[in-house]
Design a protein around this ligand. Sequence first.
Ligand SMILES: [Mn+2]
Length: 280
Amino acid sequence: MTPPEPSLFPAISGRPAVRLMGIPSDQHSSFLRGSASAPPAIRAALYTEASGMWTESGLNLGDSSLFKDAGDLTLEGSQNLVDQIASAAEAAFRTGDRPLFLGGDHFITYPLVRGMARVLAHVTLIQFDAHPDLYDEYEGDRLSHACPFARIMEEGLVDKLIQVGIRGANGHLRDQARRFGVEVLEMRALPAKWPAGLAGPIYVSFDLDVLDPAFVPGVSHPEPGGLSTREALRFLDCLPGPVIGADLVELNPLRDVGGLTAVTAAKLVKELAGAMLKPA
Ligand SMILES: [Mn+2]
């Protein structure tokens, strides 16, 4: 059977649901391992009795017609990770649900977006991150978690990339951003608004280290001077729709303090889901 051509929107009957899926991969991390164990830590904080499943906008994610949990992807060894993850992402998008992936490190966004691009065209990619992750290669690894957005832009997998929260980019990364026509909302220029004319479909890649380490100590590359949790939620709340997919990456439970980062990640899962369920 010939796969259907990528289209602006997948065939969706009725209201799409959010489909949660963990991608436990951290082998392309450059500094510290540990983010592969993030999905269970986020789920433990998400499904706790200590807080409910309601979004701030008033949606009950305990309703399985709105929010499904597909568990974690089983990765068959460390070979062909790009193909394994891209295939899983493609299958998730073909369901017509809106996938919300839990990393893992930021490497996973490249195969996730690659799989999405087999199903959806003309997507705008919004990256929340302290770091541009635009290296051509990093320590000899072109799949490093410092490189995914260079691969995505080289392959033309999205129409546009907008980065939020960047701080401390070096000369190479600034050159790469210019080369790929990336719109950068730098942390030092905030508060900022979304660019005029921003429209869906939108995929959000959320690196927890865009937040200040005071809010998320459990990340592998803490970078002070970041967004507060509330500032990030405000950005999400005023995103135009539809948000058709998202990932949340770089929680490192080995670095967490009192489970604070996992709780913040769980909050972001709920509010990302809320943004994805917002009526167009
Ligand atoms: Mn980062």
